[in-house]
Design a binder for this molecule. Structure first.
Ligand SMILES: [Zn+2]
Length: 256
């Protein structure tokens, strides 16, 4: 099982999933009804739990670096459940402690009967390209929340009542004041920081000149593949990097 302590997961003797129940466990999915045993098992340990010889706690992003995609998805999913369990204990309508459902991966209030599920926040992320002087270029922007010099594609949370395509149009308009066309689905990625589901798209420039909003987006520009430096863009754990790499590869080898 995965052993979590806050936002980190235990790695011991090169392993990310462990057999046996450790000491100082505050919550453990193995105690839950049978339907929950379909999910990767997890437990959460107290703050004073010691990882022991050859053990350490690492962040989920480090999981991707050390163990790859599959482990990142599995550990991230387990952590999202563990985090939900830690943060949400009571029914938000009547205050009664929630109980795990016997039939699905939700929790129910024994008093008023309402059901609750682990939160997921859908967010769109989009790689926009434009032909400038016969050359294909990608829109990269500096989000003010990112480290200095870091560039990435645009992203934002989907709002109630809008389609994913509408969310793409609105976010791009709000952040850099341009219009886009040919919005196409690319790939998705669960992003457990803490509960996003990233929905990747590609799009093409339609109209307008870049005008960063100055609040969320500090700077934005069009970059040819040769002007994009790996050190300045997100690492391969993120779908942002996959979108950028997809653009770079297709711009260099049209038709692929
Ligand atoms: Zn209730």
């Amino acid at each position: 099982m995965f052993v979590f302590q806050g936002d980190k997961v235990l790695v011991r003797q090169g392993a990310l999933e462990h057999t046996g129940r450790p000491d100082k466990v505050s919550r453990c999915s193995l105690k839950l009804p049978e339907v929950w045993q379909d999910l990767p098992p997890w437990c959460e340990v107290e703050e004073d739990f010691q990882p022991g010889e050859g053990g350490e706690f690492i962040g989920l992003r480090q999981v991707w670096h050390r163990f790859g995609d599959e482990a990142f998805l599995r550990a991230g999913g387990a952590w999202q459940y563990a985090n939900w369990w830690r943060n949400v204990r009571l029914c938000s309508f009547c205050g009664e402690p929630l109980r795990p459902s016997e039939t699905d991966h939700g929790r129910r209030c024994p008093r008023c009967g309402r059901a609750f599920y682990a939160p997921l926040s859908p967010a769109v992320i989009v790689a926009i390209e434009r032909e400038v002087g016969g050359e294909r270029k990608l829109l990269l922007a500096h989000n003010t929340a990112m480290p200095e010099g870091r560039l990435s594609v645009l992203a934002g949370f989907v709002e109630p009542g809008e389609t994913l395509e509408q969310a793409v149009v609105r976010e791009v308009r709000e952040e850099v004041a341009i219009e886009v066309r040919d919005i196409r689905y690319f790939k998705s990625q669960p992003w457990p920081f803490p509960c996003s589901l990233m929905l990747g798209f590609t799009a093409r420039w339609k109209a307008g000149e870049l005008r960063p909003d100055g609040v969320e987006i500090g700077e934005a520009g069009w970059f040819a593949p040769g002007d994009i430096h790996p050190a300045n863009i997100p690492d391969g754990a993120s779908i942002a990097r996959r979108l950028i790499d997809h653009f770079t590869a297709s711009a260099r080898n049209p038709g692929t």
